[in-house]
Design a protein around this ligand. Structure first.
Ligand SMILES: Cc1cc2nc3c(=O)[nH]c(=O)nc-3n(C[C@H](O)[C@H](O)[C@H](O)COP(=O)(O)OP(=O)(O)OC[C@H]3O[C@@H](n4cnc5c(N)ncnc54)[C@H](O)[C@@H]3O)c2cc1C
Length: 446
């Protein structure tokens, strides 16, 4: 009997783990096609995980080994499901489809002034400094600005704050595009204020990320000791939660350490709710209220405000979607339309459980999904779509889609490494889709 064919939509951690586990856990051979709308694999490991976190990013080495060494596993980059191929076409040519397309939108605050120039989603800022092809090269100008505000107390908020104060030399040790390094070098921002709606006991970032912030030599971290006097609710929380307790102990050390005379400042302001962004066309300030006493309001001057209050899934035509949670509804990873299971369609990663967890969390999530896929395939084992690969390839060719396969991706990588070596850097990411496709074509033309 021909091997069952499975499509995985998305090559971020959840898609990559799902592809790996499908091939490892299946008792018989399976064919897996992994699609990504970008010409590059690895999703947020390439475009989210901070460039100064190389150890986390190195997971791509083991994902790459899987793509290179697993028979029957293909990467089809630069193919957007829902646009280049419809879900019905996947259903016709694959035995199962696993959606692993992440959460690419962001939550807004829903307050006046959010449209002002200078008020942005942290997601856009991260995508910009990571050189994401959907973000224009000049999306952010940091020259002329003095104070940036980051709203939110998660790890992503800390990534953004840290990047805003990093020295240019540190940035050149990463793979971010040179024009982005130059934009940071031109930055005049000398204070970043991180604002949390709740008190410090409820901060969501990890102690590890906060310690890393304290170690950035270009910036003092300022915490007002008065903010560390806990009310009963915060005290109960840290009594019950060891991670919150550890972080709180580090807050105390930071407050005691005070300023060290470093050129820039990262200041934490807790217990504040943003009410309004102020400015004519561009942001000039933010009106805040004390969360614990809404009658106490103040205006904080600011030139840039990044809201970091969560990523959100995006619907794909033909796939059920829960607008409230921003995820695809499922039972045991089997996609649900109302109460009914959509046969042979599964979900994993951020689009299944929402934007939470570290890279490794997606492995456990993918294993649950793969277990359901393989159970169902065992039951309907005679429904293989053996001719699928050729049909899919022909459809994409007919539609003029320039598919980036694994070797074309390797050509993009080689161009990035060569571009870095030419200027004494290890690697420099290509920013535009055109640059990537040109690099891939060099291989095709060779
Ligand atoms: C800014 C940021 C920093 C982070 N830092 C860390 C960290 O330091 N350490 C850590 O462990 N975790 C970190 N994380 C979390 C980690 O990145 C996520 O857990 C993980 O990437 C989620 O994986 P995913 O596969 O579900 O989604 P994603 O990684 O988003 O992958 C989804 C993929 O699907 C593709 N796609 C989307 N739509 C389509 C479509 N229609 N057709 C085809 N392809 C499509 C996308 O292009 C993308 O490649 C960070 C996250 C963010 C946002």
């Amino acid at each position: 009997m021909p091997a069952p064919r499975i499509a995985v939509v998305g090559s971020g951690p959840s898609g990559a783990y799902a592809a790996q586990l499908l091939t490892e856990e299946s008792e018989s051979a399976v064919e897996v096609d992994v699609f990504d709308r970008l010409p590059t694999p690895f999703g947020l490991v390439r475009y989210g995980v901070a460039p100064d976190h190389p150890r986390v990013k190195s997971i791509t080495t083991s994902f790459a080994e899987v793509f290179e060494e697993t028979p029957g596993l293909r990467f089809l980059g630069n193919v957007q499901i829902g646009r280049d191929l419809r879900i019905e076409e996947l259903r016709a040519h694959y035995d199962a489809i696993v959606f692993a397309h992440g959460a690419p939108l962001d939550r807004s605050l829903g307050i006046p002034g959010e449209h002002l120039h200078g008020v942005d989603a942290v997601r856009d800022f991260v995508s910009w400094y990571q050189g994401h092809p959907d973000q224009s090269v000049d999306a952010f100008a940091l020259a002329g600005a003095n104070r940036a505000v980051v709203i939110g107390l998660g790890n992503v908020a800390l990534d953004a704050a840290r990047m805003l104060v990093r020295e240019t030399d540190d940035l050149r040790r990463t793979d971010i595009p040179e024009h982005i390094v130059e934009a940071f070098a031109a930055s005049t921002i000398d204070e970043v204020v991180v604002i949390g709606r709740r008190g410090p006991a409820f901060a969501k970032f990890t102690n590890k990320e906060f310690i890393e912030l304290l170690e950035v030599e270009s910036a003092d971290v300022v915490i007002d000791p008065a903010d560390l006097e806990l009310d009963a609710e915060q005290q109960a929380h840290i009594d019950a939660d060891p991670a919150a307790r550890r972080l709180f102990a580090t807050f105390r050390k930071a407050a005691e350490r005070g300023r060290l005379g470093r050129p820039k400042t990262i200041r934490f302001v807790f217990d504040r709710t943003p009410l309004e962004f102020i400015g004519d066309a561009s942001l000039t300030g933010i009106r805040l209220a004390k969360t614990s006493d809404p009658s106490a309001t103040e205006v904080l001057d600011a030139d840039l405000a990044l809201r970091s209050v969560g990523y959100l899934g995006k619907p794909i035509d033909g796939l059920p979607f829960d607008k409230r949670t921003g995820t695809v509804p499922h039972r045991d990873s089997r996609v649900l339309d109302g109460d009914a299971v959509v046969e042979r369609v599964y979900v994993t990663g951020w689009i299944k459980r929402g934007p939470n967890g570290v890279v490794g969390t997606n492995r456990k999530c993918a294993l649950e999904t793969v277990t359901s896929v393989l159970e169902d395939i065992a039951v309907v084992g005679d429904r293989s779509n053996a001719s699928g690969a050729d049909v899919i390839d022909a459809l994409l060719a007919e539609r003029g889609v320039e598919v980036i396969d694994w070797s074309a991706w390797r050509a993009i990588e080689a161009a990035e490494i060569a571009g870095g070596e030419a200027v004494g850097r290890e690697r420099i990411k290509l920013h535009s889709r055109d640059e990537m496709l040109r690099a891939a074509r060099v291989l095709a033309d060779a």
